[in-house]
Write a protein that binds this ligand. Structure first.
Ligand SMILES: NC(=O)C1=CN([C@@H]2O[C@H](COP(=O)(O)OP(=O)(O)OC[C@H]3O[C@@H](n4cnc5c(N)ncnc54)[C@H](OP(=O)(O)O)[C@@H]3O)[C@@H](O)[C@H]2O)C=CC1
Ligand SMILES: O=C(O)[C@@H]1CCC=N1
Length: 271
């Protein structure tokens, strides 16, 4: 079993770490580093993983180093590890939005195996969606291990080009927040109708999980599923008319384009 270091104990790295442990990875083979103590100590206490405040300790411990800091810290973290750790046989996995392989290679060297992956927070439940693209230095066992790690936390899609990371990010990595925002809006209105916060939440969450399961379990198109709810001249039609008048389709498309463009801007600003 390879040893894995998580650099950063924030939302995304925690989601992957929790997903790994829940899927049966040995906690003794995992170490997390983070400058401030509470998040890494909570992970150590709850999941039995090792922890350190020092990225160098974690990087020395591991065969695979998962970089889960904010994009603007990635290059600095890579530089520090490359200066103090023998990285010749280590594989790096970055989850950062907008930091390119070339940018990481300029810190870690062109012969270092680097994998960009773009997961999402449902990884912590084992139902994540992760896009992956690797540089040419990756070895067969790095690829196999990455697959076993990521398959444990959800579905994995290997991409044909690095540019596709930005496309996928706008769909599945930022995507959970789109659905949460929609659910928040529905919950707010349900509370205005007079339901308590908890009942409003239950109405919304059960509807969301039901709709998602119908998409998963039916071969019908999503349009057909929508039409099946929509009686001509009925209540749903009245609601969907408001979506159409507000140009929901272009609003959603523009939002996803904005997410993609933001990722491209992050790449440019970190050159
Ligand atoms: N959240 C998401 O849904 C997704 C996020 N990502 C990517 O994941 C990365 C992390 O995002 P997210 O988890 O949301 O962010 P968070 O802010 O939750 O986590 C970042 C963590 O990095 C820690 N940190 C800061 N500096 C260092 C350092 N020098 N060494 C080690 N750790 C450090 C922070 O510690 P402290 O709090 O103590 O400062 C914090 O715990 C980003 O690059 C983002 O693009 C990718 C896909 C989805
Ligand atoms: O918002 C962000 O920048 C990160 C990347 C994708 C999801 N969260």
């Amino acid at each position: 079993m390879k040893k894995v270091a998580f650099i950063g104990a924030g939302n995304m790295n925690s989601s992957i770490l929790v997903g790994m442990v829940n899927q049966g990875f040995n906690a003794n083979d995992i170490m997390v580093s983070n400058p401030s103590a509470p998040k890494r100590e909570a992970l150590a206490q709850q999941y039995g993983v090792q922890q350190s405040e020092d990225n160098i300790v974690a990087a020395n411990f591991a065969d695979v180093i998962v970089l889960g800091v904010k994009p603007h810290f990635i290059r600095q973290v890579c530089r520090e590890i490359a200066a103090q750790v023998d990285i010749s046989n280590k594989c790096f996995i970055s989850v950062a939005a907008g930091i390119s392989l070339a940018q990481m290679q300029s810190e870690l060297g062109d012969s270092t195996a680097i994998i960009r992956c773009m997961p999402n927070t449902p990884s912590q439940l084992g139902i994540g969606m992760t896009g992956v693209f690797a540089n040419s230095a990756i070895k067969a066992d790095d690829e196999a291990f990455t697959n076993s790690l990521l398959n444990g936390i959800g579905k994995v899609l290997w991409l044909q080009s690095e540019a596709e990371i930005d496309d996928l990010l706008a769909v599945s990595a930022s995507g959970p927040a789109y659905f949460f925002a929609f659910m928040e809006a529905m919950q707010t209105k349900a509370m205005e109708f007079g339901f308590s916060e908890q009942v409003a939440r239950e109405l919304v969450q059960q509807t969301a999980v039901g709709a998602a399961q119908m998409v998963i379990q039916n071969t019908d198109s999503i349009s057909t599923l929508r039409e099946n709810v929509t009686s001509k001249g009925g209540t749903t039609q009245a609601a969907l008319n408001v979506f159409a008048n507000g140009n929901l389709i272009s609003l959603v498309g523009d939002s996803m384009e904005a997410a993609k463009q933001r990722s491209i801007e992050i790449t440019e600003s970190n050159n």
